[in-house]
Design a protein around this ligand. Sequence first.
Ligand SMILES: [Zn+2]
Length: 180
Amino acid sequence: MGEKIYIFDTSALIKGMDVSVLQEYDCYTTPGVLSEIKNNLSKQKLETAILSGNLKILSPDPDAIKEVKFIAKSSGDLQFLSTTDIGVIALALTLQTKLFQQDEIPFAEVPIEVVTDDYSMQNVLSKFSISANSFMQKGINQFIQWQLYCPQCKTIFPSSDSSFCPKCEVTLKRRPIDKK
Ligand SMILES: [Zn+2]
């Protein structure tokens, strides 16, 4: 079984860039993430990492993108994910599937970890049994079911299809439903 593979999202590459991680492990990101990095210093560091082969740029399979969207919709996360976020999750799924087929190891034991501090991404990744790691925050261990509410009138919306409060005309916010 190969060693750990890390996949980075935009915030992880900007804030938590640890060059030693890039040198030590197999590291990937998507073209979408790369195009979101505008800061010159981060860009320069990344270009060096790419040129030296420490960071690989790979596009996710279209099928994986479809599957991620489907799962994210059912968990209520889709509206909180950007196209780039979906691409990063889909790349993890693409690599996981590939390794699973090549090495015949159990799907959930493929040593892939996505580095992100985005809760929606972590939530969807957990549905695919892919671990998420945030170098900055404590991640979630369990699958979260979200509750949508209006930040103004505090009304709770049971359906994850609505994104606006019809009364106040503001975008709904969300919080995890407390299972206790
Ligand atoms: Zn309201």
